[in-house]
Design a protein around this ligand. Structure first.
Ligand SMILES: *Cc1c(COP(=O)(O)O)cnc(C)c1O
Length: 433
């Protein structure tokens, strides 16, 4: 399979890259994002044979085989999947509503779904690089809260890699910040005076700055990296198959959405043939997607801070991939609904569900729960994108009790924190580096 830029025009002779070449490149030279030139199409027989595979890792290796074809990483795919997906991703049906299942994506080391993509990317990068202590590869990442921790956890301790993280100062939870800043000297965290969009802009500038890029041997670990998106496709795919086997219905997927990484992965899984009905994008008070669906205009406004902070995005970095998959808004609307959820609604559903059905949601997952009710969706898979213990300062006062911290999460919260303040300015970033 070859990958092309989202900005390639018909007839262009832009470069066509393999999967592993995309990992090294990050952004396409024209500023676009890499997407598969043509998506494979799996038959019912293919899917039935995938369904027999015992683990998510085996399932993913089978699904991703065509995506890595022609890549130097193809021979490593099986071991990459097993190394990356070494934790449970359970699909749990609700006891009070058996037509709804929760896809628990938070059992990895940093307790958010980002662990799946970050670990897969790290395994790929490690498999294709020769470690060099003199000129390490620098993984650069902007984070709205959870990506940075997942990337740091996935790369720290791997010889030949260092990590640079930019996060919006004061806009993430204390536990999220801990996970960005306590890894020791190979992971440097910068607290940017600005929004997540500012962090993302600085990273994009750094990646497209040839001299800096060469000096630090940058690779991108944001969701613009195809190495994060592809594995995310697999859990949506497997969950849809398992859901259909159990209920004989095609599920609607409800995805808490910020940068559209998880959402595009879900839509790719649908497009290649997995039994996914509609995809509902649950968003917070940031209205870029809502407005686009309403009037076809993509207008960026300053990001608004909300309780679902990992979704505080005004310029979703995968928007170009969404548009590439659905160039026509009319067809996009046939498959996808977008729902906006306020902070009050997030608080209310966290409070009510803890009281009435003994469920504790993180603020992001709560947007999916609200979106399901607003759209009156039956037969749904809700993506639970983070463990509520990561957002205890929001959730605990609402539910009136302490949330137990899972052991893997606890172990990423130890150690001393180090971060460096930074104005939202490219020159300042370069000199701080
Ligand atoms: C990153 C994140 C999201 C948003 O996912 P995107 O792929 O950026 O749309 C939702 N919830 C949590 C907990 C996250 O960390």
């Amino acid at each position: 399979m070859k990958y092309v830029s989202t900005r390639m025009k018909p007839g262009d002779r832009a470069p066509r890259l393999t999967f592993s070449e995309c990992l090294t490149q990050g952004l396409a030279p024209d500023g676009g994002l890499y997407v598969p030139e043509a998506l494979p199409s799996f038959s019912e027989n293919d899917i039935a044979s995938f369904a027999k595979l015992p683990t998510l890792a085996d399932f993913s290796a089978a699904v991703l085989k065509p995506f890595l074809a022609e890549s130097t990483l193809a021979a490593h795919l099986d071991s990459i999947c097993h190394e990356a997906m070494n934790f449970e991703v359970p699909l749990r049906f609700l006891s009070n509503d058996p037509s709804t299942a929760i896809l628990e994506l938070f059992h990895g080391p940093t307790a958010a779904f980002k662990d799946v993509g970050a670990r897969f990317l790290a395994s790929c990068q490690a498999a294709q690089s020769t470690p060099s202590a003199h000129s390490p590869t620098t993984v650069i990442v902007a984070t709205s809260g959870d990506t940075g921790g997942a990337v740091a956890a996935a790369f720290s301790g791997r010889p030949g890699f260092q990590v640079v993280i930019l996060y919006p100062k004061g806009k993430i939870s204390a536990r999220q910040e801990k996970q960005l800043t306590n890894w020791g000297p190979t992971v440097r965290a910068f607290a940017v005076h600005g929004s997540f969009d500012d962090c993302q802009r600085l990273v994009k500038s750094a990646l497209s700055d040839p001299s800096l890029s060469q000096k630090y041997r940058f690779i991108s670990a944001n969701s613009i990296s195809i190495g994060r998106l592809l594995p995310q496709m697999c859990y949506h795919a497997k969950a849809s198959v398992d859901f259909q086997t159990k209920t004989s219905h095609r599920p609607t997927l409800i995805v808490p959405t910020g940068n559209l990484g998880n959402a595009v992965a879900a839509l790719w899984a649908k497009r290649v043939g997995f039994p996914i009905g509609r995809v509902v994008l649950a968003t917070n008070a940031n209205r870029t997607l809502i407005d686009y669906f309403e009037n076809g205009r993509y207008e960026i406004r300053p990001a608004i801070p909300t309780l679902a902070n990992a979704m505080d995005v005004s310029a979703p970095s995968n928007f170009e991939r969404l548009q590439h998959l659905y160039p026509d808004l009319h067809f996009l609307k046939q498959d996808v609904t977008v729902v906006s959820v306020t902070d009050d609604e997030i608080r209310e559903v966290i409070r009510a569900d803890a009281r009435d059905c003994n469920q504790t949601w993180c603020p992001h997952t709560a947007t999916a729960v609200v979106a399901k009710r607003k759209t009156q969706t039956e037969h749904a898979i809700l993506c639970a994108t983070a463990h509520p213990a990561k957002f205890e300062t929001i959730v605990e006062p609402l539910i009136g009790k302490t949330i137990e911290v899972p052991p893997r999460l606890a172990s990423t919260l130890r150690g001393e924190s180090h971060s460096q303040d930074l104005p939202a300015d490219y020159a300042a970033f370069v000199s701080a580096l």
